[in-house]
Structures are given as structure tokens and as C-alpha cells.
Ligand binder design. Structure first.
Ligand SMILES: O=C(O)COP(=O)(O)O
Ligand SMILES: [Mg+2]
Length: 221
């Protein structure tokens, strides 16, 4: 038996924070506001770009009426440089190759806008592993709405158990609401202790992923 596996992108397969932070800080520079440290911006990642900009506006005490304009500015900066400093986490390419060899069908369910998500996957050589990419602006809703994950599974032809792999509280809530087993990557952008994030299993080394998927397949036989 094989599995159908949806993956979160930012903080799970790729460390994209440097490019996300650079885009947000370029937007702040455009309007003459001082840059924020990368670790601060990390706390704002997870619920999509419009939400990140909303949190930057709130943090900097800027008027919320500029949200639309500042979101477009940030997206433009991000589209211009979404893979400059972004790297694949160690072991990810090997693990994806092994899962593919096991016959798993895989896709991306990310809150990153679909355009830059596809660009990053292409630039880092990850795209061939995935049969679908559903971004944070692809539907009228996004994670933690389970409809985002359900639409991602519905977009691929698959058999066998479903699994979701992610790094955040948002991903855990999405999996729980969709009633899908959840594998938590502990080295991404989570804000809470691992013990407070509901998960089926967790891992810090992506090379462990194929074995964890095999365990879930064995337990669902
Ligand atoms: O863009 C975000 O806020 C997070 O993206 P992710 O869903 O791939 O983690
Ligand atoms: Mg993530």
C-alpha cells in the first residue's frame, strides 16, 4: 500500500524565512519605516502573506487602511526575489525521492501565494515530486480551514491513506479538522512547544520521513 501525502512548504521543506523577511523589510523601507529583525518576522509567518503584512502593520503601529497597498508591495518584492536566499532543509530531496520510489503521490498545501510557491519549487528542483500545488491565494479559503487540505487531496489521483506533513500550529489544526494523520517537522517556524502541538509523530531530520510514513501505513492496515 502507498500513501497520498500533502506537504506544507515554508518551514517544512524549505527555509524561506530570509527571503520573506527581506520582502517585508523592503516594503517597510519603501515607506520609510525601520527594518524588523528576521526573528520577529518569523513569528508572523504561517497564515499567509496578507496576514503577515497585517501583523507587521500592527507591530509597527502603522494605519491598517494601508493593508491592501502594503500587501501588494510586499508581494511584488517577494515575487522579484523569492528564491535568492531560500534553501531546502537537509535530507528533503533524498526523502522525497524515496517516498516517490515507494509509490507515494505527493502535493503541496501551502499558505504561501501559489505563484512564488511554484517558483521556489522550480528553483530548488523540488517541483517534479509534486502533482499539485494549492497556495494561500488559490482558493477563497486557506489553512487552518480544512477545505484547503481537502481540496489539495482532491486535486490528485490517489489511493491509500492520507498524511499531512507540516511545521506549524496552523498545519496541526488543519490536519486535526480534516481528520488526517499529521507529521510535525520540529525545526521550522512553530511558536509553541512540540508537546502543545497535536501530532501523530514528529521529526527533526527529514531523512526519517520515509520510515514514519511506513509506520503510519502499517498502523492503518
Ligand atoms: O506563507 C505562509 O504564511 C506560510 O506558508 P506555509 O503554509 O507553506 O508554511
Ligand atoms: Mg509552514
Amino acid at each position: 500500500m502507498t500513501a497520498t501525502i500533502m506537504f506544507d512548504l515554508d518551514g517544512t521543506l524549505v527555509d524561506s524565512l530570509p527571503d520573506i523577511a527581506a520582502a517585508a523589510n523592503s516594503m517597510l523601507q519603501d515607506i520609510g519605516v525601520e527594518s524588523l529583525p528576521q526573528d520577529r518576522i518569523k513569528q508572523f509567518v504561517g497564515k499567509g502573506l496578507p496576514n503577515l503584512v497585517e501583523r507587521v502593520i500592527h507591530h509597527c503601529g502603522l494605519p491598517m487602511e494601508n493593508h491592501g497597498d502594503l500587501t501588494q508591495r510586499t508581494l511584488a518584492h517577494y515575487n522579484a526575489a523569492s528564491s535568492d536566499k531560500t534553501v531546502t532543509y537537509p535530507g528533503v530531496l533524498e526523502a522525497l525521492g524515496q517516498l516517490r520510489d515507494m509509490g507515494c503521490v505527493m502535493g503541496i498545501c501551502t499558505n504561501k501565494p501559489e505563484g512564488p510557491a511554484r517558483h521556489v519549487l522550480d528553483a530548488l528542483g523540488l517541483a517534479p515530486h509534486f502533482d499539485t500545488v494549492i497556495g494561500g491565494d488559490s482558493l477563497r479559503t486557506r489553512k487552518p480551514d480544512p477545505a484547503h487540505l481537502e481540496a489539495s487531496f482532491a486535486a490528485v489521483t490517489s489511493t491509500g491513506p492520507r498524511i499531512f506533513v507540516g511545521d506549524s500550529e496552523v498545519d496541526a489544526e488543519t490536519a486535526q479538522r480534516a481528520q488526517v494523520p499529521f507529521l510535525l517537522f520540529t525545526e521550522g517556524y512553530r511558536k509553541s512547544p512540540i508537546s502543545e502541538i497535536p501530532h501523530t509523530a514528529s521529526y527533526s531530520d527529514s531523512l526519517k520521513l520515509p520510515a514514519l510514513v511506513t509506520q503510519i501505513l502499517a498502523s492503518t492496515k
